[in-house]
Design a protein around this ligand. Structure first.
Ligand code: SAM
Length: 219
């Protein structure tokens, strides 16, 4: 289990945190939490503001995953919170023999997923992964698990551990000081569990998670 920034090649977005905090209403946060069209392809104030494929996002990061975890041509990868499947598309493009699978709670995202991996994606909840124990060489979950209440979050992390036979990598909303905590509160739309990095690590230990992890920090 290691803290490792596997997202270091992922492009950083320019965020106007104060502007969002000033403009957004509780109703819009509620709308975002439904993970429907409004969240992915609606107004940028309460979501992505248009969630389309662009190779600049995952192209380099999937190569980093492959090299770091020494994945083979035919390894298997699960993405928990896969949205429209863009990361898995890039895995397949890099290594066509890989087995990929994705799961996401959003019917909208799965229905509008990128066609070449659509057959590998399912609608489902991270807290009940519909896969056998030890199914995947690498399970990745980026900015997803924190969208559950703490008790469910623990279930989801246990599930990630259960279906992984080798590696796992998790990114969650977190903070290290009051400033980052305030910034996260302002920026966050959907997370139900936001914790200090040390508290996350206690949860990982409590549920027996042995994978790697990193933080989404609203700096
Ligand atoms: C911030 S997006 C991240 C998407 C993708 N992992 C990425 O990094 O681009 C969060 C994703 O988590 C999904 N999600 C939220 N709650 C979930 C749950 N309980 N189980 C599975 N997916 C969930 C949302 O639908 C959304 O696609």
């Amino acid at each position: 289990m290691a803290e490792i920034d596997m997202m270091r090649l992922y492009p950083k977005t320019k965020r106007n945190i104060d502007e969002r905090a000033a403009l957004i209403t509780p109703e819009q946060r509620q709308l975002a939490r439904q993970f429907g069209k409004d969240f992915f392809d609606g107004n940028r104030l309460y979501g992505y503001g248009g969630f389309g494929y662009n190779s600049k996002y995952w192209h380099d990061t999937v190569r980093l995953f492959r090299d770091h975890y020494e994945l083979a041509e035919d390894s298997s990868v699960l993405d928990v919170g896969c949205a429209k499947g863009f990361m898995l598309h890039d895995f397949k493009e890099m290594a066509p023999k890989m087995t990929v699978a994705g799961i996401d709670i959003s019917e909208y995202a799965i229905a509008n997923s990128i066609p070449d991996v659509a057959e590998f994606l399912k609608v489902g909840n991270a807290k009940w992964l519909p896969y056998e124990d030890d199914s995947f060489d690498l399970v990745i979950s980026v900015n997803t698990v924190h969208n559950l209440e703490l008790a469910d979050c623990k279930e989801a992390i246990k599930e990630i551990q259960r279906v992984s036979r080798k590696h796992a990598f998790l990114v969650v909303d977190a903070w290290r000081n009051d400033h980052e905590n305030e910034r996260l509160e302002k920026w966050n739309l959907t997370a139900l569990t936001k914790m200090h990095v040390d508290d996350w690590q206690k949860i990982f230990a409590e549920v027996g998670y042995t994978g790697d992890f990193f933080w989404f920090i609203a700096g």
